[in-house]
Design a protein around this ligand. Structure first.
Ligand SMILES: *[C@@H]1O[C@H](CO)[C@@H](O)[C@H](O)[C@H]1NC(C)=O
Ligand SMILES: [Mn+2]
Length: 340
């Protein structure tokens, strides 16, 4: 009798042990499969990174040997600087942003009260019909730029009318118009829908043109291709003059940023960038604007930057200022930039 209970006890212990083993194995399996998934997704990402930049393979690229893209050391860590929380679902108004930034003056100007600025920065935003995005941009950027202790003014360059959008020409206009207000020595060019996540990403100029939006969420927080210069960049007055500003004849979407990249490489400069960590930024998701169709001529254009850059740029720029308004958080300049 006692024998059989012993046996019974042994039997159930074995059962428990076997069960535990099974649980262990399945848990291990689940984690293993998950890690495979991750690795697979990563590989896919890598691939799509390579091929979705298909616009690159079609591009007649500047010879690779001429391209040097170097990382420059980021600013020394200042207190309170670091990663931020950036979201686009909270309701944000111009009024609230104004209240939250009492030290920002008319036209969106700020200067640090207790130090002499090393650079005067004009922030140029090419714009049309994106008030929703501009609200978020101002809400996030004003506090960041003040923490970075910059002397700066925000210029929103608004393309009048319903013709095709021309981002690069608006950048030229921003450069020229800002200089009528103050002797800026640094220009930051930012799309209205891009917000940096890390405020150590200083919106100022460096010894070479700087690509500030180095790790966009849209591209999995890395560069879509090495020569990418779109989104947010900064260039000093000297650097801009060296490349004759930006092209005026890219109407519609795409290519103008590649043309700018070519210009600076042909002028003997390279692109500096923050690290992938500090260069992280978020883009506000949106559908393509109606009047910003792909520019079918862009591949041809970027293949000829070397021939066109001396004739087309700041020295051939024409436009008419329609209106200049000084708002609390930014200066808006509405311009007629003509048609293709
Ligand atoms: C290639 O794609 C990038 C990222 O979307 C864009 O900024 C660039 O203008 C495109 N270039 C061309 C030639 O289409
Ligand atoms: Mn966009």
């Amino acid at each position: 009798c006692s024998d059989s209970t012993d046996f019974y006890f042994l039997h159930s212990t074995c059962k428990v042990v076997v069960l535990l083993c099974l649980v262990h194995i399945s848990v291990t399996l689940v984690f293993y499969v998950r890690s495979l998934d991750l690795r697979f997704a990563f590989a896919q990402n890598q691939q799509s990174g390579g091929s979705s930049s298909s616009n690159v393979s079609q591009r007649n690229q500047v010879q690779d040997s001429r391209i040097t893209v170097k990382s420059q050391p980021d600013v020394k860590k200042l207190e309170k600087l670091g990663p931020l929380r950036v979201e686009f679902n909270l309701p944000v108004t111009f009024e609230d942003t104004k209240k939250a930034n009492p030290k920002v003056g008319p036209g969106g100007h700020y200067q640090p009260p207790d130090c002499v600025p090393e650079q005067k920065v004009a922030v140029i935003i090419p714009f049309r019909n994106r008030d929703e995005h501009l609200k978020y941009w101002l809400y996030y950027l004003h506090p960041i730029l003040q923490r970075q202790q910059l002397y700066y003014t925000i210029f929103v360059i608004n393309q009048e009318g319903t013709g095709k959008f021309n981002r690069a020409k608006l950048l030229n206009v921003g450069y020229v118009e800002a200089l009528k207000d103050d002797n800026y020595d640094c220009f930051v060019f930012s799309d209205v829908d891009l917000i940096p996540i890390d405020d150590r990403n200083t919106y100022k100029c460096f010894s070479n043109p700087r690509h500030l939006s180095a790790a966009m969420d849209k591209f999995g927080f890395k560069l879509p291709y090495n020569q990418f210069f779109g989104g947010v960049s900064s260039m000093s007055k000297q650097q801009i003059l060296k490349i004759n500003g930006f092209p005026n004849n890219y109407w519609g979407w795409g290519g103008e940023d590649d043309d700018i990249f070519n210009r600076l490489v042909f002028s003997g400069m390279y692109v500096s960038r923050p690290s992938a960590e500090i260069g992280k930024c978020r883009m506000i998701r949106h559908t393509r604007d109606k009047l910003n169709e792909d520019n079918p001529q862009r591949f041809d254009r970027i293949a000829h930057t070397r021939d066109t850059m001396r004739k087309d740029g700041l020295n051939s720029l024409t436009y008419k200022v329609v209106k200049k308004e000084t708002f609390d958080l930014f200066t808006e300049i509405t311009v007629d930039i003509g048609k293709p």
